[in-house]
Design a protein around this ligand. Sequence first.
Ligand code: PXG
Length: 446
Amino acid sequence: MLESPSIPAPNDLEAHWIPFTPNRHFKRHPRLIARAEGVWYYTPEGRPVLDATSGLWCCNIGHRHPKVVEAIQRQAAELDYAPPFQFGHPKSFALAARLRDLFPGDLDYVFFTNSGSESVDTALKIALAYQRAIGQGTRTRLIGRERAYHGVGFGGLSVGGMVNNRKWFGPLLPGVDHLPHTLDLERNAFSRGQPQFGAELADALERIVQLHDPSTIAAVIVEPVAGSIGVYPPPVGYLERLRAITEKYGILLIFDEVITGFGRLGAANACEYFGIVPDMVTLAKGLTAATVPMGAVMVRRPIYEAIVEKNPAPEKVIELFHGYTYSAHPLACAAALAVLEVYRDEDLFRRAAQLAPYFEERLHALADHPHVVDIRNLGLMGAIELAPRPGRASERAYDAMCAAFERGLMIRVTGDTIALSPPLIATREHLDRIFDILAKVLAELP
Ligand code: PXG
């Protein structure tokens, strides 16, 4: 099944300061991945590890898909780079047109970035520029939500709501407010899919609007399904209310679909899944299935028109002073075009939808295991929340991750929650293996 790996494990791990990782523990007990294929990772020693997280919610087509590998190789041999400012290359335009076709309504324009964090900051900046362009320049407030993850830029941190990510970094952006999060263990624990209770939590937006006045608010940003915090599906009716309130007050609604985009819910995106058209959508991860870093922001036509088409400046003047050296990088565009073909040719969004009920069934069968206080799921997103060890928050889930890796399974943990997001190519047999291993890990977990 495996070739022996060509790269031995390094014996000096010191210089690399590893992100979002306890460096001291990791460097004494490293978990290295040297190779991948399909739903499998392989350690440098050649030990297979089943990828139950799609890398980091991103390798939706599995690993090392031959069509994508070939597209990236061909692109590298043809055009390595072209400046994205004042010049262009054909693939970015082809890709933007393909993306437009995947989104509902008039989400017709695409601004390319290199990550989810950049997509979020880009969307927030476009929101502010738009309000100014339509003569609503007093609308500068941005509204996020408690426990949200919108990346690590100062904009995304400011509207984000994960305390550990924020508390070290000062006052962040001024003029930001937050909706309450939607987790309600009293009423909704062990819900299957969207919880029944909590749509009224969206009405907190009405109160925020009344507190600050609509004329001060530019945009609201939410993850349609909160991912990083540990999978909080929106209560039934919640997103619809947010859309209605934002529309009523001329506030832009941004869906952060960095995780939910590209099949995770068993649909092309959350807009399609929930039948809601927000004003902007932030993307990354599944856009290239993480083969080459890339992000994007989908923008509704009136926003593009207000900032670009109706710009009062002469035609040779830049309309939006924003962009990245690597926006629409040729390798990323080639990868994304190939990945979109794989989604279509292998019907992966539908396949994910078909797998989701079995995923839900096996996930919720873990409810009786020790320490489990909640289980949540939507599409191929799942979470198992564990009771924390007294005085040692997040240690129990961390130990579960280490034990799972030893048993040949990669899971993700956040706080004391285990998160699962298998590749869309996973089979029932893969899910069986994931949940069999997880059941053993939970049974033995102190
Ligand atoms: N928005 C959302 C909704 C995300 O999930 C980002 C923005 C930022 O993307 P970049 O590409 O800048 O990392 C994300 C990223 C986790 C985890 O533990 C989740 C993410 C990143 C790292 C860890 O679940 N999501």
